[in-house]
Design a protein around this ligand. Structure first.
Ligand SMILES: CC(C)(COP(=O)(O)OP(=O)(O)OC[C@H]1O[C@@H](n2cnc3c(N)ncnc32)[C@H](O)[C@@H]1OP(=O)(O)O)[C@@H](O)C(=O)NCCC(=O)NCCS
Length: 174
C-alpha cells in the first residue's frame, strides 16, 4: 500500500538513505547527515502543528517502508510541491504516485486553485513525473523547467482542518 504520512522521530535513519549523494545531485544541496536527519524530523513535527500550516513535509510510505519525501509549500503566493525518492526505489512509479497523493491534499482537502513545481534541466525523469501526474510546462527559469497545474473553481482555505496525529497514514490507496 502506498500512502503519504506525517514523519516521526523514528524516520531519521530512513531519511539518510533517501537524501543520498545520488538523489541530491540536482537539488543544489549536499547529502543528508545524521544531525540534519534528526533536525529534519523535528522541523517536520513543528510544521505539522503550525497554524495556519505553511509546510506539509510528508513521507511517502510503501508497505511500511519510508521510500521518499513529498512536500507542499504554502509559504508563497502560489503553492509548490517537491519530492525526492530513495535511489533504489526509482523507476517503479512511486514518485508519480506521491505527486498524485499530494494533489488529493492540495486540491481536495485544502482546496487550492493552483500548484507549481520545477526541476533541474538536467533531470528529465522529474519532468516526466510531473507530466504524468498532470502538470503543464510553463517555461524555464535559472536552469529549472517550471510547471503548473490549475483546478478551476479551487478555493484557498487559509485555515484547513488539522491532520490526524503524526505517523498515521492519511492518504492511501491499494
Ligand atoms: C525524479 C525522481 C523523483 C523520479 O522518481 P521515480 O519514482 O523513479 O519516478 P516514476 O517511476 O514515477 O517515473 C519516472 C519516469 O521518468 C522516466 N525517466 C527515467 N529516467 C529518465 C530520463 N533520463 N529521461 C527521461 N525520462 C526518464 C521513467 O521512464 C518514468 O517514466 P515512464 O513511467 O513513462 O516510463 C527520482 O529519480 C528522484 O528522487 N530523484 C532525485 C531527487 C529529484 O530529482 N527530485 C525532483 C526534484 S524536482
Amino acid at each position: 500500500m502506498i500512502g503519504i504520512r506525517e514523519l516521526g522521530p523514528g524516520d531519521a535513519e530512513a531519511l539518510l538513505r533517501i537524501y543520498s549523494a545520488k538523489s541530491t545531485k540536482y537539488l543544489g544541496r549536499a547529502p543528508m547527515d545524521a544531525a540534519e536527519a534528526r533536525s529534519y524530523v523535528r522541523d517536520a513535527a513543528a510544521s505539522a502543528v503550525q497554524s495556519p500550516r505553511t509546510l506539509y513535509l510528508l513521507g511517502l510510505d510503501v508497505d511500511g517502508d519510508l521510500l521518499g519525501i513529498v512536500k507542499l509549500h504554502r509559504d508563497r503566493p502560489v503553492a509548490a510541491i517537491s519530492y525526492i525518492l530513495r535511489a533504489d526505489a526509482w523507476g517503479r512509479g512511486y514518485a508519480t504516485e506521491g505527486v498524485r497523493k499530494i494533489f488529493a491534499l492540495a486540491f481536495g482537502r485544502l482546496g487550492l486553485p493552483e500548484v507549481r513545481a520545477k526541476h533541474h534541466q538536467d533531470n528529465p525523469a522529474s519532468g516526466r513525473v510531473l507530466r504524468k501526474a498532470g502538470f503543464v510546462p510553463t517555461g524555464e527559469h535559472a536552469g529549472f523547467m517550471t510547471y503548473a497545474i490549475r483546478i478551476p473553481g479551487g478555493r484557498a482555505d487559509p485555515r484547513p482542518a488539522p491532520l490526524r496525529s503524526p505517523c498515521v497514514t492519511m492518504l492511501s490507496s491499494p
